[in-house]
Design a binder for this molecule. Structure first.
Ligand code: AMP
Length: 539
């Protein structure tokens, strides 16, 4: 007798809620809702359909959809037939979408009708022949002259379900997506079944025990991180394994998100800070009952001001840290204690403590650990069983990512006295002035404390004497001079209190109505540098 090797496969994530007989539902806004048995039956049907189209082991299947039940079905069916799921970032430019489709070598594209015009523009330049399945929310939406293999639901109705998904090597690639890269062409990041299963288990083990706000099967889960962004931060897999109720909101519109939160009593979400801010400031938000809603904030630093305004609305916030190349979870903060304090502790850049199975070091340029004295900063390097092994077809970039056997995050941070990781900057965003490193996040955090400031970004401007000097760009609707003097006073107080070096005081503060964002809603510092640094050089 030989023991069964039990490869770690995504199909086992789906088996868990079925074995548990989860009574909960999967809901796509007001479009579709069903229980876990029907979810599994539809995945078997989708697996059959993909097979009938000639897709299987070695194929790459792209999805361009809003956050829907269909997308979740693809999260399972595509990898479960041995194919790679390519989650296309639909907010990229048409040229970048084209680049990613060609680079990935997609064999099929499952495309929502809203993105068909984009696809029509680039279709002639897609180098590989591909199957096209059209997705839609409303049957009358479908254009009559589609040159496609058919519509998702119609094809599903006719497909023969897969009788049982096969076992295969757990190191088979399961997912692929492209980083939104601030420089150069997008880079393909990929994960195997084994990595996604371990990430699912690790995140469940990391989020579950958070005192008073752990993620468990009685939660009602709604992502507000697009499913194309690091496969929805991997949480749809966790929610499925737990058998929790899941609500997929379709296209993100603040009013719809608010009404889904209240209609379904959503308890658990995750998003980048700008999305939370958009929801809290949306018309009607002040009347919405958000108590009982817990939100993991990641992708960018959570400012004290945003944490406080969320808490004042009864929203429980926990910061987390990760990146596209890390699946993404690395650390999570247990912010229960700070949540119950009337004033959040200053500097919410705390990104928490490492999750189970994650090794975090902070190193200097020679890969030696910097002292864990709460002051010394260095680059954050990590190891975990779920980090990407490299960039697709990019051996040079992959080698650089894994220099010295550790994944280099490109982020600068320190461990504070409690053992929590604080992100102080990205290596390329650090402002180097007269030999000192100034944390752009610290400046942004202080500026966002000032009344009427909705967003803030600090960047380094070339300076002949000091190398660089900080420039603070702030979005506010208040009178510019008033905001500037309040910010200057807040920064001066931080300098006096020893929280900030005096060199960090910005020479220049610009007030604008809004700041540019990347395709996943983060501050776009590349765009700001292009605008302000060139302006300054020309001035
Ligand atoms: P992305 O790969 O687009 O998801 O971006 C990952 C980057 O977002 C990280 O390398 C960090 O620079 C930043 N980031 C993620 N989480 C946090 C956090 N909690 N605090 C500060 N920056 C963060």
């Amino acid at each position: 007798m030989t023991a069964n090797p039990y490869p770690l496969l995504i199909k086992q994530i789906l088996a868990a809620p079925l074995a548990q007989k989860s009574p909960h539902e999967i809901v796509h806004a007001d479009i579709r809702r069903y229980g876990y048995p029907e979810f599994a039956a539809r995945i078997a049907r989708l697996g059959g359909l993909l097979g009938e189209l000639g897709l299987g082991q070695g194929s790459t299947i792209a999805v361009m959809d809003w956050d829907s039940h269909r997308y979740l079905e693809c999260f399972f069916a595509a990898p479960m037939i041995g194919a790679t799921l390519h989650t296309v970032n639909i907010r990229l430019s048409a040229e970048q979408v084209l680049y990613t489709i060609n680079h990935a070598g997609d064999d099929a594209i499952l495309c929502h009708v809203d993105f068909l015009p984009l696809l029509a523009d680039i279709r002639d330049r897609i180098t590989r022949p591909f199957r096209l399945i059209v997705m839609q929310d409303n049957p009358v939406q479908a254009p009559a002259d589609l040159q496609s293999d058919g519509e998702y639901e119609a094809l599903m109705a006719e497909a023969t379900p897969v009788a049982g998904f096969p076992d295969f090597d757990e190191n088979t690639r399961a997912t692929l997506f492209y980083t939104t890269g601030t420089t150069g062409a997008p880079k393909g990041v990929f994960y195997t079944h084994r990595q996604l299963v371990l990430h699912t288990l690790g995140v469940a083990a990391g989020l579950g025990p958070i005192p008073g706000s752990g993620f468990n099967r009685d939660d009602v889960y709604m992502p507000i991180t697009p499913l194309f962004h690091v496969h929805g931060w991997g949480i749809p897999y966790v929610a499925t394994m737990l058998g929790a109720k899941q609500v997929y909101p379709g296209r993100y519109e603040a009013a719809r998100l608010l009404s889904l939160i209240s209609e379904h009593r959503v308890t658990f979400s995750h998003c980048v800070p700008t999305i939370l801010s958009m929801i809290l400031n949306a018309p009607g938000a002040e009347d919405a009952d958000l108590s009982g809603w817990r939100v993991i904030i990641g992708g960018s630093a959570l400012s004290d001001a945003l944490a406080r305004s969320a808490r004042m609305r009864g929203v429980a916030i926990n910061a987390a840290y990760g990146m596209s190349e890390t699946c993404p979870f690395l650390t999570v903060a247990d912010m229960m204690t700070t949540r119950t304090e009337p004033q959040a502790t200053p500097n919410c850049t705390a990104a928490g403590k490492p999750m189970p199975m994650v090794d975090v070091r902070i190193v200097d340029e020679t890969m030696s650990d910097v002292p864990a004295d709460g002051v010394s900063t260095g680059e954050i390097v990590v190891r975990a069983p779920w980090l990407t092994s490299g960039y697709l077809n990019d051996p040079v970039g992959s080698g650089d990512l894994w220099r010295g056997g550790w994944l280099h995050t490109g982020d600068v941070g320190l461990f504070d006295a409690s053992g929590a990781l604080r992100i102080t900057d990205r290596l390329k965003d650090v402002i180097k002035t007269g030999g000192e490193w100034v944390s752009s996040l610290a400046l942004e955090n202080l500026a966002s404390e000032v009344a009427g400031v909705s967003e803030a970004a600090a960047i380094g401007c070339p300076d002949p004497r000091w190398g660089e000097r900080p420039l603070l760009i702030v979005a506010s609707r208040r009178a510019a001079d008033d905001v500037k003097s309040d910010i200057r006073a807040r920064i001066a107080a931080a300098v006096t209190a020893g929280q900030l070096s005096k060199w960090a005081t910005p020479d220049r503060i610009e007030i604008v109505s809004s700041l540019p964002k990347t395709s996943v809603g983060k501050l776009d510092k590349k765009a700001l540098r292009a605008q302000y640094v060139i302006d300054k050089v020309q001035a």
